[in-house]
Design a protein around this ligand. Structure first.
Ligand code: SAM
Length: 506
């Protein structure tokens, strides 16, 4: 694919990206563009570097299992001097641990990614990886280890290594096998399984396990690039023409469900006029369906002209909801706690008329709703969540997230949903959504709120969604919606209505 010299630059950038993500908890999608432009790589090298980083991060669990297997020493043979062999193996383990410091592991991960996932020729991978290792603190020892490990790894394909690694794990440890095969932490596999079972109780366990593997597999693929042609601002056909005018080789097709979605490839969407002036935006179809469902729900509020997006940034849903509000002559307010992120909302809604988006506030949604009780006919509360339904977009996220973080989020999610209900007019509708399928963050939050107050009822979100999707191939049941379709983020949505108080009969 590449010769060794010309692409060392791409590999150096990839290595420093991995180091920054590991040590400074940077996000790959935010970090890489800056590093790439600083390094002034060609478009081809930049694409190669991005592929290396994303694939290495996604496959880190598998790659580490392979590195551990390839660098493990056989236990020392039993000898007459048992004590000495223990000392030897402890020394060996220490030596190995020092060799395998974090930088060396990153170089090995990158090398294995090139060999097993990107089909780069072994000689190029070994030579450039050894070259990278020359700049590490233990270069003289690290280069030998890297050379030997990568040469051994190159003797088999990823599938063959996968079979070898999983065959060493007892069949009884099913999740440990899945964890290596699909490179996901075990706790995430368990959370996805729980949610899939709660969403598909009618399915056999065997079928559910099969589907779970499809979901895990899809997490390791790049997310499709989807645009939303915001209604009333640009028609999907006009947006498609803009794309093919700008990049005749680009591929454009209609979305699968949202009437405003276009799936595209072969173009940088940031170069399109419609995206620059916010008539269209990059938005996953699952997210589009959230805004469409809230707009299609029946509000029974005394008026339907003031809508709210309580946790709005970066504002993809605000923009679609705002465009739909504008078509109905309604006004939308957006609120976001984080001031930097609130600026992204302002950009996203720039094509709406001033009277449609009358305010973007920067407040804690819980306090905002306190001050604005019972004012809005439609409220979207798209809460901060673990994001386990969008792992494709944040390749490092599966390793940096901890299950304890979910426990911390649940309290905030309940408070924000309660605040959203408080802010709603009697008869108005509330849509609670997450890009996480985790039961504790989704159904359980809504259950707790609905059970703790008598002024709200659950509606059939699936039924409302079925009225807006292009063709009902989403296999929707009834009630809350949990998307598990591998073509969208795994959005959850629950639709509620604020009850109209009964007037006293006497
Ligand atoms: C899932 S994101 C929203 C995504 C957005 N709806 C979109 O589609 O572009 C959740 C947002 O809630 C914000 N947030 C976190 N805590 C908040 C709070 N207490 N009040 C309001 N917003 C909050 C986060 O900063 C984040 O921008």
């Amino acid at each position: 694919m590449s010769d060794t010299g010309s692409l060392l630059g791409a590999r150096k950038v990839a290595l420093s990206a991995l180091r920054a993500i590991r040590t400074r908890h940077s996000f790959a999608n935010l970090l890489l563009p800056g590093l790439l432009s600083q390094a002034q790589l060609s478009a081809r090298d930049a694409a190669f570097c991005t592929d290396m980083v994303y694939q290495t991060l996604r496959w880190q669990g598998f790659l580490d299992a392979l590195i551990d297997a390839l660098t493990a020493k056989k236990p020392a043979k039993a000898s007459t001097s048992g004590a000495a062999s223990v000392v030897d193996s402890t020394k060996q383990a220490r030596k190995l641990a020092s060799l395998l410091d974090a930088d060396v592991r990153d170089i090995l991960r990158l090398g294995l990614t090139q060999l097993l996932l990107l089909d780069v020729a072994a000689y190029a991978v070994v030579t450039t990886s050894v070259e990278l290792a020359r700049h590490t603190p233990h270069a003289h020892r690290a280069t030998g280890l890297i050379n030997a490990t990568l040469r051994r790894a190159s003797e088999r394909s990823r599938k063959e290594w996968e079979a070898i690694l999983t065959s060493r794990i007892p069949r009884s440890q099913h999740d440990a096998r899945l964890s290596v095969r699909y490179s996901h932490p075990k706790w995430i596999i368990r959370k996805l399984r729980e949610s899939f079972a709660a969403t598909n109780p009618q399915m056999s366990e065997e079928e559910r396990e099969k589907q779970l593997e499809e979901i895990l597999r899809a997490d390791n693929l790049p997310a499709p690039l989807t645009l939303c042609a915001r209604p009333g601002l640009v028609a999907p056909a006009d947006l498609a023409n803009q794309i093919t005018d700008r990049a005749p080789e680009a591929h454009v097709e209609k979305g699968l469900w949202s009437p405003y979605a276009l799936r595209v490839s072969g173009i940088d969407p940031g170069t399109l006029a419609a995206v620059k002036n916010a008539k269209a935006g990059v938005e996953d179809e699952g997210s589009q369906l959230v805004a469409l469902t809230l707009s299609a729900a029946q509000s029974q509020a005394s008026s339907d002209n003031l809508w709210l997006d309580l946790c709005a940034a970066p504002g993809g849903k605000t923009a679609l909801l705002g465009a739909l509000a504008q078509l109905k002559g309604a006004t939308i307010r957006a609120n976001e706690k984080n001031p930097t992120r609130a600026k992204l909302v302002a950009h996203n809604v720039a094509a709406l008329k001033d009277e449609t988006i009358d305010a973007i506030t920067v407040l804690d949604g819980r306090e905002y709703a306190q001050a604005k009780q019972g004012q809005f006919s439609r409220v979207l509360v798209d809460v901060p969540c673990s994001g386990l339904g969008a792992l494709r977009r944040r390749p490092e996220a599966r390793w940096s997230k901890k299950s304890e973080e979910i426990d911390e989020l649940i309290g905030l999610q309940k408070q924000l949903l309660n605040a959203a209900i408080d802010a709603t007019l009697p008869g108005g509708v509330i849509l609670y959504s997450t890009c996480s399928p985790v039961v504790e963050e989704t159904r359980a939050v809504v259950d707790a709120c609905v059970n703790s107050r008598d002024d709200v009822q659950r509606l059939d979100a699936a039924q409302v969604l079925s009225t807006v999707v292009e063709e009902n191939s989403l296999k929707l049941a009834h009630g809350d919606v949990q998307l598990f379709n591998i073509d969208t983020d795994m959005m959850f949505m629950s639709l509620l209505r604020k009850v109209v108080p009964q007037s006293p009969t006497e």
